[in-house]
Design a protein around this ligand. Structure first.
Ligand SMILES: [Zn+2]
Length: 208
């Protein structure tokens, strides 16, 4: 793609560079990247500065919560820091977008653990590449006294494989493990499920 851009764009180098950077983003092809670059060129300077600054600010400020590994701009996220939440009920999700989907449903009062992926042997992703060791450490912490872990990985092959693996490693710890009910469409990603579906999947969860 880089070669393509070099050969036939006829753009000033600063523009070519922006198109190249934008085209790295998921779902943005070369055409869309060019369209976005032209749009930005025609925008007022203060808007472009606001966009550039927001990118840098996000990168500098947003990291992972030390407890749940959700996104946070503080050492611990707002959910982990909230005394009103049930800290003995942990919902395990694949990614931050899944956490946000469950939060939008507004029915879950516990806290989270974000795995940052799912087991996918074909892509070379095993349990050690996910925050599973960190989850076990949280559960073994006697102060946490976790009573239930809800496994809310996606209803995909990888999500199911991850749920099975978690059920296996959670057993010796003796904590109750449940899985979201089969309300979610098979192959469906949690983050795209509507709130009503997510709420019923949560309330109808089953033992593992
Ligand atoms: Zn947290």
């Amino acid at each position: 793609m880089a070669e393509n851009l070099k050969r036939n764009d006829g753009l000033p180098p600063a523009m070519t560079r922006l198109v190249k950077e934008l085209a790295r983003l998921p779902g943005i092809g070369e055409k869309t990247a060019s369209r976005l670059a032209f749009n930005l060129l025609n925008r007022p300077r203060d808007e472009v500065i606001a966009l550039a600054e927001s990118l840098l600010e996000m990168k500098e400020r947003v990291g992972l919560c030390a407890e749940c590994f959700g996104l946070s701009d503080a050492p611990r996220c707002r959910i982990c820091d909230d005394p009103e939440r049930e800290h003995d009920l942990i919902c395990v999700v694949e990614g931050p977008a899944d956490l946000m989907a469950i939060e939008r449903a507004r029915t879950f009062g516990g806290i989270y653990h974000v795995l940052h992926g799912a087991i996918a042997p074909l892509d070379g992703i095993g349990p050690d590449d996910l925050k599973i060791g960190e989850l076990l450490a949280r559960l073994r912490d006697a102060d946490a006294a976790v009573r239930e872990v809800i496994i809310a990985t996606n209803a995909t092959v990888e999500g199911e494989a991850t749920a099975l693996y978690l059920a296996k490693v959670l057993k010796p710890i003796g904590v109750r493990a449940t899985r979201l009910a089969r309300g979610l469409p098979a192959g469906g990603d949690l983050e795209y499920s509507d709130s009503a579906t997510l709420s019923s999947a949560l309330s109808g969860r089953r033992e593992l």
